[in-house]
Design a protein around this ligand. Structure first.
Ligand code: EPZ
Length: 410
């Protein structure tokens, strides 16, 4: 595959940023918003609170002025876990929130104890009733909080507590904060709203509460996971793809591994050029919180490893059960053994196209990547997962030379 692809705004930065607009009564304008199913879900939640939402291409204007709602219902939250990040803004702004418990998902159990621990440390009283988190934030105050769990920092947990602390009297210090670029982008937006934040993008974030936040304009950072996925499309098809807008510093661990393996990844004006230059070597990957190797790139890397000669190993340290894609890749002829949280991948000569079932967002992308090089035709079913996170994926792949199209599910 050859050509240039424009990387869209980051889904995982945009979701908490949209939630953060609830912290003000004024209008906020967010641009570089990707057109994705998850974005529509978040907008439905905001409208459900009475916010006025106006969307024109990749620009969204949100006016929460005078909204009444404080309840995020099960029907909306159950379709997208990121909905839980309305909890912090609601409780800080209105002193109360009722948000459906998000539950687990196909990539494994996804608890929210870290979110709740952080909110409790800020003085929020929390009850779980009828599957809802009922939060009373009438007596909140700044606090010194350690925000870690079994698997390290929490991205949305940090986002939630940071948002709540912006309007909470006193100073809040978050230790072991998530350092992901999406969290730093949220902080950048909050600061434009008037929040006082220091240390964002590092494990120690300091927030001094203010009385009021104003509306703000913000342009969302490019999606590093989408960028990585197209980089892998170049690698797996022995191609040459320029990723417009992509930032090397956001995918540094990924670029390090792929470069070690033999791929060429170079900065070009306004993006990155990814080129297959020689036979790739097998490699080993361990997923870790940022700046470590992202779990959201694990499945897609596995697809590349299935056709890379030699033995590669992936160890999943964030979601040890995030391996549903193995059985589908095996249906295409991949040779993979799962040993606890590690997958051992023996590269095969070629994959063979087959009907496969997408189980989650990144697993879907992995199957599409595998389909790009498999002999014959690959049908990826349950495409709605893919539409949650990849804007215009079919059109983008086609423009790079892939033979791919969308058919209505029979
Ligand atoms: C974010 O989810 C992303 N989602 C995920 O991307 C991503 O996989 C994940 O971060 C890790 O990078 C969004 O940003 C919308 P975590 P989040 O809290 O914040 C455990 C994708 O494909 N944990 O950082 O929910 C948790 O089980 C999605 O785009 C607790 O134990 O993830 C996991 O093992 C999927 N208790 C680890 O921490 C908690 O209260 C990291 O999770 C919270 C998390």
């Amino acid at each position: 595959m050859h050509g240039t692809v424009a990387i869209s705004g980051a889904k995982n930065a945009c979701l908490p940023i949209l939630a953060a607009t609830l912290l003000s009564d004024d209008k906020s304008v967010i641009d570089n918003v990707p057109k994705l199913r998850d974005m529509s879900t978040m907008l439905k939640i905001l409208r459900n609170f009475g916010a006025k939402v106006d969307q024109d291409q990749d620009v969204i204007k949100i006016e929460p002025n005078g909204y009444e709602g404080y309840k995020a219902p099960y029907e909306l939250v159950s379709t997208m876990r990121a909905s839980v990040c309305v909890l912090g803004p609601l409780v800080a702004k209105h002193g109360r929130a009722e948000v459906s418990f998000p539950g687990g998902c196909i990539i494994g159990p996804r608890p929210i104890d870290i979110h709740l621990k952080g909110l409790r440390a800020l003085g929020v009283k929390i009850k779980i009733e009828r599957g809802y988190i009922i939060a009373d934030g009438t007596k909140m105050r700044g606090s010194h909080i350690y925000l870690g769990g079994h698997f390290g920092s929490s991205v949305l947990g940090t986002a939630n507590i940071m948002m709540a602390a912006t309007l909470t009297k006193g100073v809040t210090i978050i230790e072991n904060a998530a350092c992901e670029p999406e969290v730093a982008d949220l902080a950048a937006f909050l600061m434009k709203m008037g929040a006082k934040i220091k240390g964002h993008g590092t494990p120690r974030v300091i927030i001094e509460g203010v009385k009021r936040l104003r509306g703000a304009k913000h342009s969302v950072i490019p999606d590093r996971i989408e960028a990585g996925t197209y980089a892998l499309a170049a690698a797996i098809t022995k191609g040459d793809i320029t990723l417009k807008n992509a930032k090397l510093e956001h995918i540094i661990a990924f670029a390090d591994k792929l470069t070690e393996s033999g791929l060429s990844i170079k900065r070009v004006p306004n993006g990155l050029r990814v080129k297959y230059v020689k036979r790739l070597k097998p490699t080993d990957i361990t997923t870790l919180p940022y700046p470590g190797f992202p779990t959201d790139m694990q499945a897609q890397c596995m697809s590349l490893m299935t056709v890379t000669g030699g033995i590669s190993v992936i160890t999943e340290k964030i979601y040890p059960e995030r391996f549903i894609h193995i059985s589908e890749l095996s249906r295409m002829g991949a040779d993979i053994i799962l040993e606890g949280p590690s997958a051992i991948i023996k590269g095969v000569q070629s994959l063979s196209g087959a009907p496969v079932m997408a189980s989650d967002l990144r697993a879907s992308a992995a199957l599409v990547l595998a389909g790009l090089v498999a002999k014959g035709r690959t049908e990826v079913h349950r495409l709605y997962h893919l539409d949650r996170g990849y804007e215009n994926i079919v059109e983008k792949l086609q423009s790079l030379g892939a033979k791919v199209w969308r058919e209505r599910e029979k």
